[in-house]
Design a protein around this ligand. Structure first.
Ligand code: ASP
Length: 446
């Protein structure tokens, strides 16, 4: 059994968190490949090291002194090293970073130093080998990550007895130049390593015990999701439930490696298991019909009534091409015979809504066109809903019972997700009533 364990910023925020990480790693000998983030916030008003490093770079670029900010970074790592009695030569590390900063303005190099420093300290603390991400994560010039390259390098380490620690979030271009991923990218590093060594599981340690069935800011102590499949995860995260970086899924999904989201502060909690296929586990332990309820506010609905003289065959294509032309993603598209509602995030059309409408009028001469703002979409996600007559019926009547008007409704043939459009002001109430009815009250038997 081989596990890749990635520890996020809050899991390595200070010496106390480092100690929790060591306990977790030492409690399971299969945790041999460790990925770490830069130190996150220790308390609410604190700053993430990566944010500070971006700020240093901005100061450097405009010739404003960056020392006070850089010292905050330096102090964080020095106090971890001091408290844990580590011997890593931080004087030398900081001297090197400062001298490169003076010569070279590379933002990517500078912001990658947070992960680098966490990893060298963590490697010493765990008595593991430090392996620089610039040696294992290789970007192609098109920006994608070369998975074969990582597999080739990492396999040399797969059989050695000591574990390794790799900094997350960055890698190198073929010419050796450091390049960072998008924010939260350490999740991707862990996933790429798990793919490369064919790990049995990719553990993603953070500060929540996995995914909740609904947003805890709306539902008081929602239940945790024990298992979720990758498709459900996509629906949940797209609509707003974010724990993992989106791009972290692909490298493990392609090899059918499960992701286990765990909490460093609550290591006995089994967290959420994300897997390609949950069937075998579901048989033993049937899931709720609903895996999770999520959603987002602030959509704009543009409803178009087709002019009978415009061909029904080309209508949708011509309508959607207007949105494509303005680079606006269409979220969902409920239709009837002659009417189409195009739902888009209000933010995405804030600068071009009237141009889009002008273009639709020009190209399609609709019989009628109207718009509505302040619409929210509530997404009810669940593999357990498939082939279960009555779920949407109960759902719709629950909205009715609670006086919530449904503006739009859509479900695809895989029956995995039902999206309901309501007014922004009804959003929280809608989530609460579905949660109460389907999860709290009826539990497993709908
Ligand atoms: N430290 C980086 C960030 O704050 C990457 C990560 O934590 O995954 O985005």
């Amino acid at each position: 059994m081989i596990k890749v364990a990635k520890f996020g910023g809050s899991s390595v925020a200070n010496a106390e968190q480092f100690a929790k990480v060591r306990q977790i790693v030492q409690s399971d000998p299969s945790r041999k490949f460790i990925v770490v983030s830069a130190c996150g916030k220790e308390y609410k008003e604190d700053h993430k090291v990566t944010d500070l490093l971006y700020l240093c770079h901005a100061h450097l670029k405009y010739g404003v002194t960056y020392e006070p900010i850089f010292s905050m970074v330096e102090n964080k790592y020095r106090s971890i090293a001091e408290e844990l009695h580590l011997k890593t030569d931080l004087d030398e590390e900081f001297r090197k970073i400062r001298s490169i900063m003076k010569k070279d303005l590379s933002e990517d190099y500078l912001v990658s130093r947070g992960e680098y420093l966490t990893a060298i300290l963590m490697a010493e603390y765990l008595d593991f080998v430090f392996l620089d991400a610039s040696k294992v994560i290789r970007f192609k010039y098109d920006g994608s990550i070369d998975l074969d390259y990582t597999a080739h390098v990492i396999n040399e380490y797969a059989h050695q007895s000591k574990g390794i620690v790799v900094p997350g979030f960055y890698g190198a271009l073929p010419n050796g130049v450091i390049r960072v991923m998008s924010r939260g990218g350490s999740d991707i590093t862990g996933s790429v390593l798990a793919n490369a060594i064919d790990a049995d599981v990719y553990e993603n340690w953070t500060d929540v015990s996995g995914f909740f069935m609904a947003d805890p800011r709306i539902i008081d102590h929602p239940l945790q999701i024990p298992r979720i499949n990758y498709n459900e995860l996509r629906e949940m995260s797209y609509m707003g439930a974010n724990v993992l970086h989106d791009d972290a899924v692909f490298p493990v999904k392609m090899k059918n490696i499960p992701i286990n989201v765990r909490n460093t502060n609550e290591p006995d909690n089994p967290g959420t298991m994300i897997m390609e296929d949950c069937t075998e586990y579901d048989r033993k332990n049937p899931p709720h019909f609903i895996t999770g309820i999520t959603g987002r506010k602030d959509y704009t609905v543009i409803t178009i009534v087709r002019n009978q003289s415009v061909s029904g065959i080309s209508f949708l294509r011509r309508l959607l091409s207007v949105f494509e032309e303005f680079n606006v993603a269409v979220e969902t598209l409920p239709t009837t015979v002659d009417t189409v509602s195009v739902i888009v995030a209000s933010e995405s059309v804030s600068h071009c809504l009237y141009e889009i409408i002008g273009r639709i009028k020009e190209d399609l001469a609709p019989e009628d066109l109207h718009m509505e703002d302040h619409v929210a979409i509530v997404a009810i996600v669940g593999r357990g809903m498939k082939q279960q007559p009555g779920i949407s019926g109960k759902l719709i009547s629950e909205f009715g019972n609670n006086g919530i008007n449904i503006k739009v409704l859509s479900q695809t043939n895989d029956e995995r997700c039902i999206e309901v459009g309501v007014l922004n002001r009804d959003f929280e109430k809608a989530i609460q009533c579905i949660y109460d009815k389907f999860i709290k009250e009826e539990g497993e038997q709908v």
